[in-house]
Design a protein around this ligand. Structure first.
Ligand SMILES: Cc1cc2nc3c(=O)[nH]c(=O)nc-3n(C[C@H](O)[C@H](O)[C@H](O)COP(=O)(O)OP(=O)(O)OC[C@H]3O[C@@H](n4cnc5c(N)ncnc54)[C@H](O)[C@@H]3O)c2cc1C
Length: 433
């Protein structure tokens, strides 16, 4: 077989799902020359998305970023930068829009890539539910760039509030987080911790930082059992974080948040973390079926209605056996799907059958930074167990370690973990620029 005739697997999106799949297939197929594996991503580096609230708060070590080009070189796949925006199923081609630098200059033109097997793993973005003012006035945590933008604005606003004089100083800094799910809750605790650290570094403590979480459901963390939600609520209340539950947002203005019951919550900084959807352009993907939140509808084999196109991660609407709702958009689902699809695609290349994907829910954990970690674990033998404190923290961190092991292997993960520990002792614990 000549080089050109190799089966070409194109993976679009190098996130929790796509990067694990590209790494696995690169090592199992690309390395032996059994197939050509290509990863396309709109950006050049990867950060595991559940860490974005730490990027936003400035507490994440920048060494956690993975360079796609280096990852591709080490793991025998090709990396291409570009934002997919179209598909021709008959020609088996995908299209990308031009890539621009920060000055708006075009650095890579529109491109076309052919495939034999296509895997779409482009993740999700915030669902603004077309609420007035959200796009204009809110910060989002959908990408690393957005998280860095928020972090910079947060530090600048904090400094401004500390050095302000008179009435401005009394007013302090107000932050409204819309969405009381895991993202909103984790971000609020992380930001609270950051204001403590800024004080430790010599910036006067801004006791005037007021944080409010606004959630439409009567329960904080609506996806978790009430017992856990209540424990989290009590912990946040202790930190002085204001909770507005059962409160529906109808408009965002530059001054704050308007709710359905007529309340106006003043806020200098507004963060939107209230639900997700797949990007709108997916709806126009050459006849592929999509769900109400634009996810690509896939069967139990993670296959769309086109036998050569698969979808995994947040952008896939995948059935969950025995449940009315589909598989939830979570990192553990992305990890499991990448691992099943890797085996499935190898089988397919060898003329064997695809493997059914069955979602295993191992529970949910919410990190409240240094204050606490709480959650529930699920297993066939033990049923559902509520955990907290140190054990919960270890299990929470192990989710990320599993992702690191999938993309770096055990040895490099150990080295990275140790080097990060050393770095943290020498460097500032938060990013202040
Ligand atoms: C702040 C935050 C905290 C979270 N915490 C948790 C948690 O504690 N536990 C949990 O289970 N889940 C958590 N999640 C959800 C979890 O991060 C996602 O379910 C998971 O990352 C989905 O993986 P994915 O590969 O589908 O998408 P992503 O990890 O988002 O990756 C998508 C990739 O596609 C690329 N891309 C997007 N569009 C294009 C395009 N047009 N062309 C090319 N590339 C494209 C992006 O650049 C990105 O690299 C959290 C999410 C957020 C935002």
């Amino acid at each position: 077989m000549t080089e050109n005739k190799k089966h070409k697997i194109v993976i679009v999106g190098g996130g929790a799902a796509g990067l694990e799949l590209a790494t696995s297939l690169g090592n199992k197929l690309g390395k032996k020359g059994l197939a050509e594996v290509m990863l396309l991503d709109a950006t050049t580096t990867h950060i595991w998305k559940p860490l974005l609230h730490e990027v936003a708060a400035g507490t994440l070590d920048e060494a956690e970023q993975v360079d796609y080009i280096a990852q591709a070189y080490r793991n025998h796949f090709r990396f291409r930068i570009g934002k997919m925006d179209g598909l021709d199923r008959k020609r088996k081609e995908i299209y990308t829009s031009p890539t621009y630098n920060d000055d708006g200059e075009e650095i890579i033109p529109k491109r076309t890539f052919s495939y034999d097997t296509l895997v779409i793993a482009i993740g999700s973005e915030s669902n603004t539910f077309a609420i007035k003012g959200v796009d204009k006035y809110c910060y989002f945590l959908d990408s690393t760039a957005q998280a860095f933008r928020f972090q910079k604005h947060m530090v600048e606003s904090y400094i401004k509030s500390v050095v302000a004089i008179g009435k401005q100083k009394e007013k302090g800094l107000s932050i409204a987080i819309i969405g009381g799910g895991a993202t909103g809750v984790e971000l609020s605790a992380e930001l609270h911790e950051v204001t403590d650290m800024l004080a430790m570094y010599g910036l006067e403590k801004s006791s005037n930082v007021k944080m409010t979480i606004i959630e439409a459901s009567p329960q904080l963390l609506p996806a978790l059992p009430p017992k856990l939600a209540n424990a989290t609520k009590n912990q946040l209340a202790k930190l002085g974080i204001d909770l507005k539950l059962g409160c529906r947002v109808i408009e965002i203005t530059d001054k704050g948040v308007k709710t359905l019951d007529g309340e106006f919550i003043p806020a200098d900084i507004k963060v939107w973390a209230a639900g997700i959807k797949a990007p709108d352009w997916i709806k126009r993907l050459d006849g592929l079926e999509t769900s109400v939140i634009n996810q690509l509808v896939v069967n139990q084999y993670l296959q769309t209605l086109d036998e050569n196109i698969f979808a995994i991660g947040d952008c896939a609407a995948c059935p969950w056996l025995g449940h009315e709702k589909g598989v939830p958009p979570r990192a553990q689902a992305a990890h499991q799907q990448a691992s099943t699809l890797s085996k499935s695609l190898i089988n397919r290349l060898n003329g064997q059958s695809l493997i059914k994907y069955v979602y295993h829910d191992y529970g949910s954990l919410v990190s409240l930074g240094k204050y606490s970690t709480i959650g529930n674990l699920m297993g066939n033998l033990m049923g559902t167990v509520t955990i907290g404190g140190f054990i919960a923290r270890v299990v929470y961190l192990s989710l990320y370690k599993m992702h690191q092991v999938a993309i770096h292997g055990y040895y490099r993960t150990l080295l990275l973990t140790m080097s990060n520990l050393f770095r943290r002792t020498a460097h500032s614990k938060i990013k202040m620029h």
